[in-house]
Design a protein around this ligand. Structure first.
Ligand code: HEM
Ligand SMILES: *[C@@H]1O[C@H](CO)[C@@H](O)[C@H](O)[C@H]1NC(C)=O
Ligand SMILES: *[C@@H]1O[C@H](CO)[C@@H](O)[C@H](O)[C@H]1NC(C)=O
Length: 500
């Protein structure tokens, strides 16, 4: 939390919040009958505290209450909204397959801290989510991946060149910055992607939006708290950074296959193009950046896997490229997409295991249809639903020794991810599968191939020593699977000799 949070303005806001929640309690209590299939209610008398803990320490809040109620499902309130938290197989099946449940409405209220043009009175796209998702699919089509692959490798090379011959880096910063560059490359246009200053300013704005997604900003969006003002300011800045590039593309005579051109050609007005570009960039970088960082850490701490992965990337170069006097990024650029996608089995299981361990996030929905049920419990129209993926990804009945990094668990014969329905949710499941999966997998592979083929590295702690234990993910973090605070990890790297 930022220090500005406890300003007098915040205290006033909190008091107002108390009042508004008191009224909410009164209203909603009179609505609920005493059915025998009641979902246990949590924090009925202290809804403000309940809502606050949900935003401040989301993961602990859920697990404490699953424990306290002894139930697989419980309900709590966030102001006038009802949220039903659930775990277990029945809940999971309903949550991911039920048609009435909407992902965007759920995320919008409870965890979205990305760019939001409504905050600055820019009319948001009017089109249906379905239409937007179809446009989205075009933007990440196979043809476009083939198209941008060489540019993404060139970007990666340019950023890694800035690291120098050796040093220590924060994988959740420097590696993340590389991924950010790639998604800007994919999600905007060449002119923007090649303007370093604009790219880094965008990244700062997005970080600021996330940092200011405080409980107060979530609970009282209308209240002019410092966090709220920062959100508006950064949204404005993002809009102003991207807009000139869209204007320039609109004025240009020749058309390219860059995202901005494709959106303009699809008929979106200028402001919407800006909004969609920011949406793609935000959706595209948060998890991908974290995944690259965690893969470096997990493999760095398991030499067997680090060596296997390095050998696989070396074989990739040897098997599929000829001219060894070219720079590595150019050699990699000549490898066809299908080889990247189908011929890196070690990378595939390493990524899958990294995702299992790091994607413990809370998935959110809102019931926009008629009542739905889990077992004998009913979730009413308008209610929100929350399912923590940690429930399945760390279930020892499904994944043996769940805190151990063990990509072999996916091997033929073990296939632990097939032990239960919807046991692997890191790319979503049922009705909501990640639309950027193909792009995300490619980006992770490109960045790691460049990293493994250019550097040797090891994981170190703040004192420069090999950490004693594997760092764990902070599932209380609202947005990203970052490492738990307290024992930060770094990557100590050294550039490999040229002809290695
Ligand atoms: C390692 C990287 C990524 C991971 C682990 C990931 C994971 C996920 C997950 C778990 C969901 C479903 C969420 C839920 O059920 O609540 C999802 C949805 C989505 N993702 Fe990703 N994602 C990644 C990268 C990307 C990228 C690069 C893009 C786009 C450029 C993207 C775009 C989307 C979109 C648009 C949806 C919504 C799909 C829908 O509503 O049905 N993701 N992603
Ligand atoms: C490279 O070729 C060897 C021998 O044919 C094969 O076993 C290996 O899977 C290939 N690796 C890659 C990454 O193409
Ligand atoms: C390999 O690349 C170098 C450097 O670009 C070039 O001079 C050389 O002609 C290339 N050789 C082949 C066989 O393509």
């Amino acid at each position: 939390m930022t220090s500005g949070q406890w300003s007098p303005a915040t205290i006033v806001a909190v008091s107002l919040l108390c009042f508004s929640t008191l009224f909410t309690v009164y209203r909603t209590r009179s609505q609920r009958g005493n059915s025998s299939q009641r979902i246990p209610e949590v924090g009925e008398f202290l809804p403000l505290l309940t809502a606050w803990s949900f935003f401040a320490k989301r993961r602990d809040f859920l697990w404490e209450n699953f424990k306290k109620t002894g139930a697989q499902i419980f309900r709590f309130r966030v102001l006038r909204h009802h949220v039903v938290a659930m775990k277990g197989l029945e809940a999971r099946k309903m949550f991911f397959n039920e048609k009435a449940l909407d992902l965007f409405e759920g995320v919008k209220i409870f965890s979205y801290t990305g760019p939001n043009m409504r905050d600055i009175d820019v009319a948001a796209a009017e089109q249906s989510n379905q239409f937007l998702m179809k446009q989205f699919a075009n933007l990440v089509s196979k043809e476009r991946l083939v198209d941008v692959l060489p540019a993404m490798l060139k970007d990666t090379d340019a950023l890694m060149a800035q690291w120098g011959a050796e040093g220590t880096l924060d994988p959740f910063k420097e590696l993340n910055d590389v991924v950010f560059q790639l998604i800007v490359r994919m999600g905007s246009c060449r002119e923007l992607a090649e303007d370093r200053d604009v790219v880094s300013r965008m990244s700062v704005c997005l970080d600021n939006l996330e940092k200011n997604g405080t409980p107060i900003a979530h609970l009282l969006p209308w209240f002019p708290s410092p966090a709220r003002r920062a959100i508006v300011r950064n949204n404005r800045a993002l809009f102003e950074l991207v807009k000139p590039f869209v204007e320039a593309r609109r004025a240009a005579t020749e058309r390219t296959t860059d995202t901005i051109d494709l959106l303009l050609q699809a008929g979106f007005p200028l402001d919407n193009v800006v909004e969609l570009v920011l949406g793609v960039i935000n959706a595209g970088y948060v998890n991908t950046g974290m995944n690259v960082g965690w893969t470096a850490i997990f493999t760095g701490m398991h030499p067997e896997w680090k060596d296997k992965l390095a050998a696989e990337f070396q074989a990739l170069l040897a098997n599929h490229t000829e001219n060894s006097s070219l720079p590595i990024h150019e050699r990699l650029a000549s490898i066809p997409l299908n080889v990247w996608e189908a011929e890196l089995p070690v990378m595939d299981v390493v990524m899958r295991e990294t995702l299992r361990m790091t994607m413990g996030i809370l998935s959110l929905r809102r019931n926009l249809g008629a009542d739905v049920s889990v077992g004998d419990k009913t979730i009413q129209t308008g209610e929100f639903l929350a399912y923590p993926m940690e429930d399945v990804h760390y279930d020892p009945e499904i994944y043996s020794d769940p805190h151990a990094f063990d990509p072999r668990r996916f091997d033929e014969g073990r296939e632990e991810d097939k032990r239960a329905p919807l046991a692997f949710l890191a790319w979503g499941g049922g009705r909501h599968v990640c639309l950027g999966m193909r792009l995300a997998k490619l980006e992770v592979k490109l960045v790691l191939a460049m990293f493994f083929l250019t550097f040797e590295f090891q994981v170190v702690d703040a004192a420069g020593r090999v950490p004693k234990s594997l760092p764990r993910v902070d599932f209380n973090d609202l947005q990203r699977p970052r490492p738990q605070k307290g024992n930060p990890c770094y990557i100590k790297f050294k550039r490999l000799a040229k002809d290695n």
